[in-house]
Ligand binder design. Structure first.
Ligand SMILES: [Zn+2]
Ligand SMILES: [Zn+2]
Length: 83
């Protein structure tokens, strides 16, 4: 159980839970993401724009950007092998 951040009612922490008292989407507000910084990896609230631990930007770090970074890494390895 988690507490609704708006009205304080105890609600289920399962994904998609809506607070029965105030209608807030509790799971969305409470959901956490991992800081994309490899040295940090702190669990931070999705609502925050910057990581409170390392200060890096959290928003705008989309999946396709991560894919691109991963691909760059693969390219680096590839070129290393070639030379
Ligand atoms: Zn509520
Ligand atoms: Zn961080």
């Amino acid at each position: 159980m988690v507490k609704c951040p708006r009205c304080g009612k105890e609600v289920s922490s399962r994904p998609g839970t809506i607070c029965p008292r105030c209608g807030l989407n509790v799971s969305e507000v409470n959901s956490k993401i991992r800081c994309p910084e490899p040295n940090c990896r702190a669990l931070v609230s999705k609502k925050l724009e910057y990581c409170p631990k390392c200060g890096c930007k959290l928003k705008g770090y989309k999946l396709n950007e991560l894919m691109r970074l991963a691909r760059n890494k693969i390219d680096e390895v590839f070129y290393d092998d070639k030379e």
